[in-house]
Design a protein. Structure first.
Length: 462
């Protein structure tokens, strides 16, 4: 029978102390709810409904198109939220499986959920449980003398004996549709919070003689996020999973605990990653590339065999066998073709460097095209902004730009041309020409002696 999924994500998450809804917080490249939906994906559910409440628009922006949303207008508890989700699912067959889980559990694994939904026909519900050293905050699992689960008691409703129980309810269930719908009709709000608890369904099913099966999970898998410190702990665990997966694929890491790679990032086998590296968004690192130490790259490509260290890349494309850094900044639109170089204290923006082109140090290149094998001298600036509009600089192949050259755009430098150091180039330069723009050097003889005499006289007056 088909499986349908209800993700409960209507809570505000007050302890997060944030205007952002709890499930929209990021951890290792995905939102919390994004991790949950990723864990659900291998099950191939017939339908998935996410029940939203606080900040629904901020959450729905992160959801894939195939997910349906439903709004819990009043926060009346998890049982009520499940009813809202069931209404959105619509026509269900009695024996369909309904997977219900929370949107703030990023460490759930596909393996666990796959086991959970493999519900035998004679089982009304399966539920995930785990034994925690510190069960504070979780509902406790109450078993009878035959070790059968008979009840889930929310912590605020526990007596002293129940609080001492270490086995907790993770809040993840696989119900037979008709049993869930019937039991929800019998749930009341006669409790400390005056809410309709989904956990009460367990007691109702047991009371009706229905069969219930617990499914054991590790404490790590059932972690829910309610505060910023818990978010940081989950991020570290998720990052460890990602780094382990990459190392198993053949990626070398000097110190995995100090390397931060989003789950969306592609790192090919043979790449070498050093400490202090942050790879985010749609970044891709090619085989044999060396990244780090201390690199931040987002939505960027680093080609095979390239070296990038002590650098920032934002929306940049670095080709094969390039060299970036140290202390380089590649802004959006920067494209480095094979074998090119952007060196120390160089910034680029909306620039293409042709094959083998080099800007080794202390330069700004913006809105420019640089031809193959061209060398950009230290202190070069493409003066691309006139205070109103941006203009383009075009530099041909095999050009030598002398140190401290100002290229005032729009301007074109022909193939094989040379600019003299310290020049301000405002006009186009022909192919193979030397362009020099500076006044003739003057020499004032005896200047230093006269200057020293003036200083001595002034000091004597004082």
């Amino acid at each position: 029978m088909p499986t349908h999924v209800i993700v409960l994500a209507a809570g505000k998450g007050k302890r997060m102390m944030s205007d952002l809804p709890k499930v929209a917080h990021m951890a290792a490249g995905r939102t919390l709810i994004g991790w949950v939906l990723e864990a659900v994906r291998p099950i191939e559910p017939a339908n998935t409904v996410v029940v939203l409440g606080h900040g629904s628009g901020l959450v729905s922006d992160h959801l894939p198109a195939e997910v349906t949303t439903a709004i819990q207008e009043q926060q009346l508890g998890t049982g009520h939220a499940t009813r809202v989700g069931l209404d959105a699912l619509g026509g269900l067959a009695p024996d369909d499986t309904i997977l219900v889980l929370y949107g703030d559990m990023p460490l759930l694994t596909p393996e666990l959920l796959t086991r959970l939904v493999e519900r035998p026909d004679d089982v009304a519900a399966r539920m995930v449980t785990s034994v925690l050293d510190d069960p504070t905050g979780y509902g406790r699992i109450v078993r009878d003398d035959s070790d059968n689960v008979v009840e889930v008691v929310e912590e605020r409703d526990c007596d002293a004996a129940e609080r001492a129980i270490g086995e907790v309810n993770a809040g993840v269930y696989a119900f037979r549709a008709k049993d869930l719908i019937d039991a929800l009709a019998g749930v009341s709000n006669d409790n400390a919070q005056s809410e309709y608890y989904l956990t009460d369904v367990v007691g109702i099913l047991v009371g009706r003689g229905q069969r219930l099966q617990p499914v054991a999970a590790t404490p790590q898998e059932v972690i829910g996020i309610n505060s910023q410190d818990q978010l940081a702990q989950a991020r570290a665990l998720l990052q460890a999973r990602t780094n382990q997966r990459l190392m198993e694929s053949g990626v070398w890491m000097l110190d995995p605990d100090r390397i931060y790679v989003d789950d969306s990032v592609i790192v090919e086998p043979g790449a070498r990653i050093y400490p202090g590296v942050h790879l985010e968004g749609e970044t891709k690192v090619g085989a044999g590339a060396q990244v780090g130490p201390d690199v931040f790259a987002i939505d960027s490509t680093i080609g095979a065999g390239s070296t990038v260290w002590y650098a920032v890349l934002r929306g940049a494309i670095v080709g094969d066998n390039c060299e970036i850094g140290p202390f380089a900044s590649l802004r959006p639109g920067s494209v480095l073709e094979r074998g090119s170089k952007v060196g120390t204290f160089v910034e680029t923006k909306n620039v293409t460097l042709g094959q083998g082109a080099k800007a080794p140090h202390l330069s700004y290149l913006g809105d420019a095209k640089v031809g193959a094998r061209t060398n950009i001298g230290a202190g070069t600036v493409t003066c691309n902004y006139d205070g109103y509009e941006k203009h383009e600089t075009v530099i041909g192949e095999d050009v030598f730009i002398g140190s401290d050259t100002m290229l005032v755009a729009p301007v074109t430098i022909g193939d094989g041309a040379v600019t003299g150091a310290g020049s301000v180039i405002t006009d186009d330069v022909e192919e193979g020409a030397l362009a020099i723009e500076r006044t003739e050097q003057r020499e004032v003889r005896g200047y230093s002696q006269r200057r020293a005499a003036r200083q001595a006289a002034k000091k004597a007056e004082d």
